[in-house]
Design a protein around this ligand. Structure first.
Ligand SMILES: [Zn+2]
Length: 416
């Protein structure tokens, strides 16, 4: 993928410090990763265009003209999608949480089609910013100029908690990723009747793979999405975690088996454009309720149990969207500094737009992601407006399968 991408995308660096316009949303209140919908805590900074004297790497390739792009890079994130709504929305204790924070496989397919139809193309989060050295010898992040097919807009996708937690197994989600008979990533799970199902239509990851196969111009550089992994119940449906409460030789042997089993899945995901980021080992809050020592132990454990499988990453996705050191995006406190010292450079929260900001006092970029899910699909007209460049939520939400709960938007028929 890199080979394909290099001639086409940003190879020179934007020297001016830049910040995408927008506002930061407070990300502390909601669970699991969504943030407060209505709060805005900052004024937008002016967006700085890259040095126009640098020769771009544009031009035409195979009849497509590539032009420089320095605008906002949009970023949407999803949790695992609901394969079987009748299991997810069966009225049990998890049903409303799933309604709040997830979309169904069918809703997700409609969202992909809509962003594709509106001219978005997928880019790799690692290609949007780079680390360089300033004139004083200090490392700092810079925003790269992207070279995109003329008229197209860049979109990062990330997928939180693609661990296929135990609670998901009885709630209508995929159980794990596997490699199907055709050699492609598929999901394995059980349908409501208890039958084994291997499919490329029931989980966000193979659904996107398939969509890109059918619409290759949705991913001209081979990018897919960044998988945001915890470690406490293993990764990608494989139980690779340690359990310090009780640990026998047999459990350890089984864990090693799971570690071996997930390796080809990771290799195939990487080969097909997927990347990995940390969501902390224990899905822990970083805002201040945990001590620095706890966060250090958690970070080490992620590196031991997850990083040892997926490789190093410089992307950290905050659990619950909660920013370190008191949930203040402008602060660079001890927890942020520690995490940065461990190699993280791109710190992702959750917000009402794709805010991003390159920090000036440390080599790091912070960014917000929008969250297509029940809370926003059911949102007010104002919330729908935040998503209107991607889709009309009223066309996406499947009220026939979701719980009978309030929607806050104005129905379409009365809006015009
Ligand atoms: Zn999460």
């Amino acid at each position: 993928m890199r080979k394909l991408l290099l001639p086409l995308m940003a190879l020179f660096l934007v020297l001016a410090l830049s910040a995408c316009g927008g506002t930061s949303a407070d990300g502390s209140s909601a669970d699991p990763d969504a943030s407060s919908q209505e709060e805005q805590s900052s004024q937008p900074e002016p967006y700085t265009i890259s040095d126009p004297t640098v020769e771009p790497e544009g031009g035409s390739v195979d009849g497509v003209t590539y032009v420089p792009y320095d605008g906002i890079v949009e970023h949407l994130f999803f949790h695992p999608v609901v394969a079987y709504p009748e299991l997810a929305f069966d009225g049990d204790a998890e049903a409303n949480g799933i309604d709040d924070y997830m979309v169904t496989a069918d809703e997700y397919k409609k969202i992909l089609q809509s962003v594709y139809d509106r001219g978005y193309i997928l880019v790799d989060i690692a290609d949007v910013w780079s680390e360089t050295t300033d004139e004083n010898g200090n490392a700092k992040m810079v925003r790269n100029t992207l070279y995109l097919p003329e008229g197209k807009k860049p979109l990062i996708l990330s997928f939180d908690d693609t661990n296929y937690y135990e609670y998901m197994l009885s709630n209508g989600f995929a159980w794990k990723l596997i490699i199907g008979d055709d050699g492609k990533i598929a999901s394995y799970g059980k349908d409501p009747q208890g039958n084994d199902v291997v499919s490329r239509d029931l989980d966000a990851i193979p659904i996107l793979d398939k969509f890109v196969e059918e619409h290759p111009d949705f991913s001209p550089f081979g990018a897919k999405g960044c998988l945001s992994l915890t470690g406490y119940e293993g990764i990608l449906g494989y139980r690779t975690q340690t359990d310090t409460k009780s640990w026998t030789d047999e459990q350890e042997a089984n864990r090693q088996k799971e570690r071996e089993a997930v390796k080809p899945i990771i290799a195939e995901l990487k080969r097909t454009g997927w990347t990995f980021g940390s969501h902390t080992w224990g899905h822990i809050r970083l805002g201040g309720s945990k001590s620095l020592e706890t966060i250090q132990a958690d970070t080490q454990r992620w590196a031991d149990e997850v990083g040892s499988l997926v490789g190093p990453t410089n992307v950290l996705f905050y659990p619950h969207g909660e920013r370190p050191d008191g949930d203040d995006w402008q602060k660079t406190g001890p927890i942020f500094r520690y995490l940065q010292s461990q190699g993280f450079r791109i710190f992702c929260s959750v917000g009402i737009n794709s805010f991003s900001y390159i920090k000036k006092d440390i080599s790091a970029v912070i960014c917000d992601r929008l969250h297509p899910d029940g809370t926003t699909l059911r949102g007010t007209d104002k919330v729908l407006g935040w998503y209107s460049q991607f889709y009309d939520a009223r066309d996406i939400i499947d009220l026939d399968v979701r719980p009978q709960r309030e929607v806050r938007w104005t129905p379409k028929s009365t809006t015009n």
